[in-house]
Design a protein around this ligand. Structure first.
Ligand SMILES: Cc1cc2nc3c(=O)[nH]c(=O)nc-3n(C[C@H](O)[C@H](O)[C@H](O)COP(=O)(O)OP(=O)(O)OC[C@H]3O[C@@H](n4cnc5c(N)ncnc54)[C@H](O)[C@@H]3O)c2cc1C
Length: 323
């Protein structure tokens, strides 16, 4: 039997429900999550958190713990202590150039000439064994992300963002000049405080919930960013979880979480693996069933798989039946 949870647009009734849910959510933005425990009768879940304002440690008692704590999720570690993220083989140099007040500079005029659709699309610049994404953000800013193959860097602390030295930035500028067109390398050079994200993903999980704890977002599906839709995936997780809770109510929490998992797991699993594959192709890394991608000799067929519309569930992200 087909249920329609994932196909309904969010209407006024649902909005009222979400507002109610929002009011009942303990907002973790001002709390640092420390630990949780599930009581013997499986309900409720008790969370220890530090209030950032005053350092006080408090206990929050809830019916459901939604773990949206990112790809390094400490909540996930409780259930999957042996799970390790997979280093992709490359890191991403990133930066945002703020050109407010400089709209008519040579840099921006030349950039717009070289990339005439800027502001309307994402540009993917493909080099040999490297690629760089370029797009315009609101409020006169240019965002760029340049993927570079390298051994796994050593990370400090609980973050995939790495501090960079002025030496590293100097080398980046030299490389940019060698690899990219002058219009793009100039953007890289003029960006203040570029930084590095080390790129990880992990094999799709087999389950997304344990009793009354559920994973969503990057906590549920650490993913490389090549489908340009990981945030979208997180939003869909939240929306579909909301709809399942609305349908089954708290009295049937287990059914709600089961349905959430059955809708989302097949979608996110395919998207994670597709994104991994796209990244390896674009970075000129080995794949068992494809010759190494070389943009100089690539045919349109070679590029087909790299199109955004080839991402699984691209046009119908939530149209998965739950049976
Ligand atoms: C290089 C790069 C490019 C990307 N490009 C795109 C793109 O083009 N499009 C796209 O859709 N996505 C993109 N993404 C992915 C996107 O940034 C993530 O998928 C998205 O942010 C995941 O959202 P999330 O809320 O699940 O996790 P996060 O954004 O990681 O949020 C997790 C939050 O949990 C908080 N947290 C962690 N531990 C605790 C704790 N103990 N207590 C309290 N809070 C805690 C963190 O501070 C953080 O705010 C890109 C990512 C990278 C690395």
């Amino acid at each position: 039997m087909r249920t329609s949870i994932s196909e309904r647009p969010i209407g006024p009734t649902s909005m009222a429900f979400y507002m109610e849910l929002y009011r009942s959510i303990q907002f973790c933005g001002v709390h640092l999550f420390l630990s949780f425990c599930i009581s013997d009768d499986k309900a409720p879940v008790k969370v220890m958190a530090r209030v950032l304002e005053n350092e006080e440690v408090i206990q929050i008692v809830a019916d459901l713990l939604v773990a949206a704590d990112g790809c390094l999720s400490t909540i996930r570690r409780n259930f999957l202590p042996d799970l390790r993220l997979r280093y992709s083989g490359y890191s991403a140099w990133r930066g945002v150039l703020d050109f407010s007040g400089d709209e008519n500079s040579d840099t921006i005029i030349n950039l717009r000439k070289a990339y005439p659709e800027l502001g309307k699309c994402l540009y993917f610049n493909q080099g040999s064994g490297t690629h760089c994404v370029l797009f315009e953000l609101q409020n006169k800013r240019i965002n760029w992300i340049w993927y570079i193959n390298q051994p796994e860097p050593e990370l400090k602390g609980n973050s995939v963002t790495m501090k960079v030295s002025s030496n590293m930035i100097e080398k980046l500028h030299e490389e940019a000049e060698k690899i990219w067109v002058p219009e793009l390398s100039r953007i890289v050079k003029e960006t203040k405080e570029p930084f590095v994200n080390v790129i990880y993903d992990c094999d799709p999980l087999e389950q997304l919930f344990w009793d009354n704890v559920v994973l969503i977002g990057d906590a549920a599906h650490p993913i490389t960013p090549h489908g340009s839709r990981s945030t979208n995936m997180s939003i869909l997780d939240a929306a579909i979880l909301g709809r399942c809770l609305e349908k089954w109510k708290l009295g049937n929490l287990a059914m709600a979480l089961k349905e959430f998992q059955s809708i989302r797991l097949p979608v996110i699993s395919k998207q994670v693996l597709h994104s991994r594959r796209m990244g390896r192709i674009k970075q000129g890394l080995v794949l068992p069933d494809r010759k190494i991608f070389d943009p100089k000799t690539a045919t349109p067929e070679d590029c087909q798989e790299l199109l955004q519309k080839s991402v699984p569930f691209f046009a119908t992200p939530s149209l998965v039946d739950s049976t």
